[in-house]
Design a protein around this ligand. Sequence first.
Ligand code: ADE
Length: 236
Amino acid sequence: MIGIIGAMDREVDGLIAKLAQREEKTKASLVFHCGKIKEESVVIVKCGVGKVNAAFCAQILIDEFAVSCIINTGAAGSISREVGIGDVVVATEAVQHDMNAVDFGFPRGQVPFADVFAFPTDEALRKKAKECYEEINPDGRVFFGRVVTGDEFVSSSARKDAIVSEFGGLCTEMEGAAIAQVAYYNRVPFLLLRAISDRADDGAGMDFEEFSRMASERNIRLIMKMLEERYLNNEV
Ligand code: ADE
Protein backbone atom coordinates (compact mmCIF):
# COMPACT_ATOMS: atom_id res chain seq x y z
CA MET A 1 0.00 0.00 0.00
CA ILE A 2 1.32 3.41 -1.04
CA GLY A 3 0.43 6.37 1.18
CA ILE A 4 -0.13 9.79 -0.38
CA ILE A 5 -0.58 12.91 1.76
CA GLY A 6 -1.62 16.42 0.73
CA ALA A 7 -2.53 19.27 3.04
CA MET A 8 -5.50 20.71 1.16
CA ASP A 9 -8.34 19.43 -1.03
CA ARG A 10 -6.82 20.96 -4.14
CA GLU A 11 -3.65 18.94 -3.52
CA VAL A 12 -5.35 15.53 -3.40
CA ASP A 13 -8.76 15.81 -5.13
CA GLY A 14 -7.34 15.06 -8.58
CA LEU A 15 -5.80 11.83 -7.29
CA ILE A 16 -8.81 10.73 -5.26
CA ALA A 17 -10.90 11.12 -8.42
CA LYS A 18 -8.72 8.47 -10.08
CA LEU A 19 -9.27 5.80 -7.41
CA ALA A 20 -10.99 2.56 -8.41
CA GLN A 21 -12.64 0.28 -5.84
CA ARG A 22 -12.73 3.25 -3.52
CA GLU A 23 -13.34 2.82 0.18
CA GLU A 24 -13.17 5.41 2.93
CA LYS A 25 -11.89 4.91 6.45
CA THR A 26 -11.95 7.61 9.09
CA LYS A 27 -9.43 7.85 11.88
CA ALA A 28 -8.60 10.81 14.13
CA SER A 29 -11.01 12.92 12.05
CA LEU A 30 -9.00 12.24 8.88
CA VAL A 31 -10.63 10.51 5.90
CA PHE A 32 -8.37 7.93 4.27
CA HIS A 33 -9.39 7.13 0.69
CA CYS A 34 -8.25 3.61 -0.17
CA GLY A 35 -8.39 1.97 -3.57
CA LYS A 36 -6.43 1.19 -6.71
CA ILE A 37 -4.76 3.40 -9.27
CA LYS A 38 -3.13 1.65 -12.23
CA GLU A 39 -3.20 -1.68 -10.36
CA GLU A 40 -1.40 -0.25 -7.33
CA SER A 41 -3.03 -0.18 -3.90
CA VAL A 42 -3.00 3.37 -2.59
CA VAL A 43 -4.35 5.33 0.33
CA ILE A 44 -4.80 9.07 -0.18
CA VAL A 45 -5.47 11.52 2.62
CA LYS A 46 -5.86 15.24 3.18
CA CYS A 47 -3.99 15.87 6.41
CA GLY A 48 -4.76 19.57 6.87
CA VAL A 49 -2.22 22.36 7.03
CA GLY A 50 0.76 22.36 9.35
CA LYS A 51 3.29 20.08 10.98
CA VAL A 52 1.17 18.48 13.69
CA ASN A 53 -1.59 17.52 11.25
CA ALA A 54 1.00 16.12 8.89
CA ALA A 55 2.85 14.16 11.57
CA PHE A 56 -0.07 12.31 13.09
CA CYS A 57 -1.46 11.58 9.66
CA ALA A 58 1.84 10.00 8.61
CA GLN A 59 1.99 7.86 11.73
CA ILE A 60 -1.57 6.61 11.11
CA LEU A 61 -0.61 5.67 7.54
CA ILE A 62 2.24 3.61 8.94
CA ASP A 63 0.44 2.00 11.88
CA GLU A 64 -3.03 1.42 10.44
CA PHE A 65 -2.37 1.04 6.72
CA ALA A 66 1.13 -0.47 6.82
CA VAL A 67 2.23 1.69 3.90
CA SER A 68 5.43 0.69 2.13
CA CYS A 69 6.23 4.30 1.25
CA ILE A 70 4.81 7.78 1.73
CA ILE A 71 4.56 10.58 -0.82
CA ASN A 72 3.80 14.12 0.22
CA THR A 73 2.49 16.23 -2.63
CA GLY A 74 1.60 19.89 -2.66
CA ALA A 75 2.47 23.46 -3.47
CA ALA A 76 5.32 25.50 -2.02
CA GLY A 77 6.76 28.97 -2.06
CA SER A 78 10.09 29.34 -3.83
CA ILE A 79 12.92 30.72 -1.71
CA SER A 80 15.55 30.34 -4.42
CA ARG A 81 16.16 32.75 -7.29
CA GLU A 82 16.58 29.75 -9.58
CA VAL A 83 13.21 28.16 -8.84
CA GLY A 84 10.10 29.72 -10.38
CA ILE A 85 6.34 29.29 -10.33
CA GLY A 86 5.42 26.01 -12.00
CA ASP A 87 8.79 24.37 -11.36
CA VAL A 88 8.90 21.10 -9.43
CA VAL A 89 11.07 20.50 -6.37
CA VAL A 90 11.99 17.00 -5.25
CA ALA A 91 13.35 17.31 -1.73
CA THR A 92 16.60 15.58 -0.88
CA GLU A 93 16.03 16.49 2.76
CA ALA A 94 13.74 18.60 4.91
CA VAL A 95 14.37 20.94 7.85
CA GLN A 96 11.97 22.63 10.27
CA HIS A 97 12.81 26.32 9.96
CA ASP A 98 10.67 27.25 12.97
CA MET A 99 12.35 24.85 15.40
CA ASN A 100 14.29 27.05 17.81
CA ALA A 101 16.06 25.54 20.80
CA VAL A 102 19.10 27.80 20.43
CA ASP A 103 19.16 28.82 24.08
CA PHE A 104 18.96 25.16 24.94
CA GLY A 105 22.20 24.54 23.06
CA PHE A 106 21.00 23.40 19.65
CA PRO A 107 21.43 25.08 16.28
CA ARG A 108 18.31 26.77 14.92
CA GLY A 109 16.28 24.16 12.98
CA GLN A 110 17.70 21.20 14.91
CA VAL A 111 15.13 18.98 16.60
CA PRO A 112 16.75 18.62 20.03
CA PHE A 113 18.53 15.27 20.45
CA ALA A 114 17.59 14.02 16.96
CA ASP A 115 20.53 12.25 15.35
CA VAL A 116 20.24 14.26 12.13
CA PHE A 117 19.81 17.96 11.39
CA ALA A 118 17.85 17.49 8.17
CA PHE A 119 15.52 14.54 7.68
CA PRO A 120 16.41 12.70 4.46
CA THR A 121 14.10 11.51 1.71
CA ASP A 122 14.48 8.23 -0.19
CA GLU A 123 17.14 8.30 -2.87
CA ALA A 124 15.63 5.57 -5.07
CA LEU A 125 12.24 7.29 -5.10
CA ARG A 126 13.88 10.61 -5.97
CA LYS A 127 15.62 9.04 -8.96
CA LYS A 128 12.39 7.48 -10.21
CA ALA A 129 10.59 10.80 -9.83
CA LYS A 130 13.23 12.48 -11.97
CA GLU A 131 12.99 9.83 -14.69
CA CYS A 132 9.20 10.10 -14.78
CA TYR A 133 9.16 13.88 -14.79
CA GLU A 134 11.58 14.03 -17.68
CA GLU A 135 9.33 11.67 -19.59
CA ILE A 136 6.03 13.46 -19.01
CA ASN A 137 7.39 16.98 -19.19
CA PRO A 138 10.73 17.10 -21.06
CA ASP A 139 10.69 20.93 -21.05
CA GLY A 140 9.72 21.20 -17.40
CA ARG A 141 12.21 22.13 -14.72
CA VAL A 142 12.83 19.86 -11.77
CA PHE A 143 15.13 20.79 -8.89
CA PHE A 144 16.64 18.66 -6.14
CA GLY A 145 17.60 20.06 -2.77
CA ARG A 146 16.54 21.07 0.70
CA VAL A 147 12.94 21.95 1.52
CA VAL A 148 12.26 24.01 4.64
CA THR A 149 9.07 23.56 6.61
CA GLY A 150 7.35 25.61 9.29
CA ASP A 151 3.97 26.45 10.74
CA GLU A 152 4.02 29.68 8.79
CA PHE A 153 2.80 30.81 5.38
CA VAL A 154 5.82 32.83 4.32
CA SER A 155 4.64 36.00 2.60
CA SER A 156 7.27 38.68 2.92
CA SER A 157 10.65 39.13 1.32
CA ALA A 158 12.19 40.01 4.68
CA ARG A 159 10.99 36.77 6.29
CA LYS A 160 12.04 34.79 3.26
CA ASP A 161 15.54 36.31 3.33
CA ALA A 162 15.89 35.48 7.01
CA ILE A 163 14.95 31.84 6.38
CA VAL A 164 17.30 31.57 3.41
CA SER A 165 20.24 33.07 5.25
CA GLU A 166 19.77 30.56 8.05
CA PHE A 167 18.90 27.40 6.11
CA GLY A 168 19.34 27.88 2.36
CA GLY A 169 16.88 25.62 0.58
CA LEU A 170 14.78 25.71 -2.56
CA CYS A 171 11.26 26.18 -1.27
CA THR A 172 9.18 26.51 1.85
CA GLU A 173 5.97 24.79 2.87
CA MET A 174 4.18 23.63 5.99
CA GLU A 175 4.24 19.82 6.27
CA GLY A 176 7.19 18.14 4.54
CA ALA A 177 9.76 18.04 7.33
CA ALA A 178 7.19 16.77 9.81
CA ILE A 179 6.36 13.81 7.58
CA ALA A 180 10.05 13.32 6.83
CA GLN A 181 10.73 13.05 10.57
CA VAL A 182 7.98 10.48 11.11
CA ALA A 183 9.11 8.48 8.06
CA TYR A 184 12.74 8.61 9.25
CA TYR A 185 11.99 7.22 12.70
CA ASN A 186 9.77 4.51 11.23
CA ARG A 187 12.27 3.66 8.46
CA VAL A 188 9.62 4.16 5.78
CA PRO A 189 10.80 5.46 2.37
CA PHE A 190 9.57 8.98 1.79
CA LEU A 191 9.21 11.15 -1.32
CA LEU A 192 8.56 14.88 -0.91
CA LEU A 193 7.25 16.53 -4.08
CA ARG A 194 6.46 20.21 -4.22
CA ALA A 195 5.42 22.33 -7.18
CA ILE A 196 5.93 26.06 -6.86
CA SER A 197 2.83 28.23 -6.49
CA ASP A 198 4.44 31.48 -5.32
CA ARG A 199 7.68 33.17 -4.30
CA ALA A 200 7.05 33.40 -0.56
CA ASP A 201 7.17 37.20 -0.91
CA ASP A 202 4.64 39.98 -0.50
CA GLY A 203 2.57 38.63 -3.41
CA ALA A 204 2.53 35.06 -2.08
CA GLY A 205 -1.09 35.03 -0.92
CA MET A 206 -2.43 36.11 -4.30
CA ASP A 207 -0.06 33.92 -6.28
CA PHE A 208 -0.92 30.91 -4.14
CA GLU A 209 -4.62 31.37 -4.91
CA GLU A 210 -3.88 31.68 -8.60
CA PHE A 211 -1.25 28.98 -9.10
CA SER A 212 -1.59 26.34 -6.37
CA ARG A 213 -4.12 24.30 -8.33
CA MET A 214 -1.89 24.23 -11.41
CA ALA A 215 1.09 23.34 -9.22
CA SER A 216 -0.78 20.49 -7.55
CA GLU A 217 -1.87 19.13 -10.93
CA ARG A 218 1.75 19.00 -12.00
CA ASN A 219 2.64 16.76 -9.09
CA ILE A 220 -0.43 14.62 -9.63
CA ARG A 221 0.61 13.94 -13.23
CA LEU A 222 4.03 12.91 -11.97
CA ILE A 223 2.60 10.59 -9.31
CA MET A 224 0.27 9.04 -11.91
CA LYS A 225 3.26 8.32 -14.12
CA MET A 226 5.18 6.78 -11.22
CA LEU A 227 2.19 4.55 -10.44
CA GLU A 228 1.80 3.59 -14.09
CA GLU A 229 5.46 2.58 -14.27
CA ARG A 230 4.97 0.64 -11.02
CA TYR A 231 7.84 2.63 -9.57
CA LEU A 232 6.24 2.89 -6.15
CA ASN A 233 5.63 -0.75 -5.36
CA ASN A 234 7.27 -2.69 -2.59
CA GLU A 235 10.41 -3.41 -4.56
CA VAL A 236 11.68 0.17 -4.39
N1 ADE B 1 2.86 26.70 0.46
C1 ADE B 1 2.75 27.34 -0.72
N2 ADE B 1 3.30 28.57 -0.63
C2 ADE B 1 3.76 28.70 0.63
C3 ADE B 1 4.42 29.74 1.34
N3 ADE B 1 4.71 30.89 0.74
N4 ADE B 1 4.74 29.53 2.64
C4 ADE B 1 4.42 28.37 3.24
N5 ADE B 1 3.79 27.35 2.62
C5 ADE B 1 3.46 27.52 1.33
